[in-house]
Design a binder for this molecule. Structure first.
Ligand code: UFG
Length: 325
């Protein structure tokens, strides 16, 4: 039996994708260094704790499990941290990914789905953002991912590696059975922070700026359910299997919500008070990030099905509330 290698399969989006691929009947092997991932979130018995830059380990895994395709999540992903430690991000995300891609190609694996980000666009010149917009990242995190997208294209030219880069907008939500969800330490993402505030684990939520060029002054983002993201990865793998050409795709809903709209929806859904305080703008936050989603719909047949605010926040709430029981 052939299998799919998932790096970062112990992480938030990785663990949901592993589960989805297994439900589709794939054999899945996870490689994760558990630096930010959680061992308990790995749902396949085939688990390797190790580094993506360990070529000998990649060779062993590919041979042993007859790997035919890989999904590469393993990365550092905090924008703020990347501003403080740019070299750390370029090493972990760019240098190590290059070594990983080489190890795949050397072992004959020619299909790769890569975790990219809306941060490759920087400050968008057009919203909703189409994939062919200029890519001028404004933080090292976005740059570290853009380098790899470009490198993958070179690997296609040189070695026939077929790849899909999925540029995520704002991932959120948890599995329907509340078994896996979003757990970062430290937590910096809006929806988990809002729900922790609803649970009384934090005194208040800081709203980072209310003088943005948006209807209510707070930043607008395109929130996509992690289950939809998992589906997008499965479709990308299938497209590569079907011989579709390499390329980059936005993964979002095409619909944006402001920070205040998220807080209001969370108040309604949880029935809890969510105290807020106004805080200064956070460095590097664009006013509006919303995906244009026509390309992924046309090429991969993908549309978000679970990303309405009700489903999204309810699933995250169920997961956060059972954690605190
Ligand atoms: N926000 C607050 N208060 C908080 C936390 C967040 O007001 O306590 C605001 C942010 O300023 C932003 C919005 O909520 O306007 C969403 O912030 P997140 O930190 O949840 O997400 P980001 O939009 O900053 O980042 C996400 C991904 C990144 C990706 C980026 C694309 O987490 O990996 O989108 O720009 F790079």
């Amino acid at each position: 039996m052939t299998a799919i290698l998932v790096t970062g399969g112990a992480g938030y989006i990785g663990s949901h994708t592993v589960r989805h691929l297994m439900e589709q009947g794939h054999e899945v092997v996870v490689l994760d260094n558990l630096q930010t991932g959680h061992r308990g979130a790995v749902l396949t018995p085939h688990f390797y704790e190790g580094d993506i830059s360990d070529a000998a380990l990649i060779t062993e895994i590919v041979k042993k499990h007859r790997i035919t395709a890989a999904v590469h999540f393993a990365a550092l992903s905090l924008v703020g941290e990347s501003m403080k430690f740019p070299t750390k991000y370029l090493e972990a995300n760019t240098v190590k990914s290059q070594l990983f891609v080489h190890a795949l190609v050397d072992n004959g694996v020619k299909q790769l789905v890569f975790s990219s980000t809306a941060a490759v666009y920087g400050l968008p010149t057009q919203v909703p953002i189409p994939e062919d917009s200029p890519t001028h990242p404004i933080n090292p995190y976005g740059l570290s991912k853009l380098f790899i997208e470009q490198y993958l294209q070179m690997m296609d030219t040189l070695h026939g590696l077929k790849w899909v880069a999925l540029r995520y907008f704002n991932a959120a939500g948890a599995s329907e059975d509340a078994r896996i969800g979003e757990a970062h330490d430290p937590e910096t993402h809006l929806i988990p922070l809002v729900l922790q505030t609803a649970l009384g684990q934090r005194e208040s939520l800081s709203i980072f700026g209310n003088d943005y060029n948006t209807p209510d002054g707070t930043c607008v983002r395109d929130y996509i359910h992690v289950r939809d993201l998992a589906d997008a990865h499965a479709r990308a793998l299938q497209a590569l299997e079907n011989g579709k050409p390499s390329g980059s795709y936005n993964v979002g809903t095409g619909q944006g919500y402001s920070v205040l709209e998220i807080v209001e929806a969370a108040r309604r859904i949880t029935g809890r008070e969510i105290p807020t305080i106004l805080a200064p703008r956070r460095e590097g936050d664009p006013d509006v990030l919303v995906a244009q989603v026509d390309k992924i719909a046309a090429d991969l047949g993908f549309t978000a099905k679970h990303s309405d605010l009700e489903t999204l926040i309810t699933s995250a709430w169920n997961w956060h509330s059972q954690l605190s029981c």
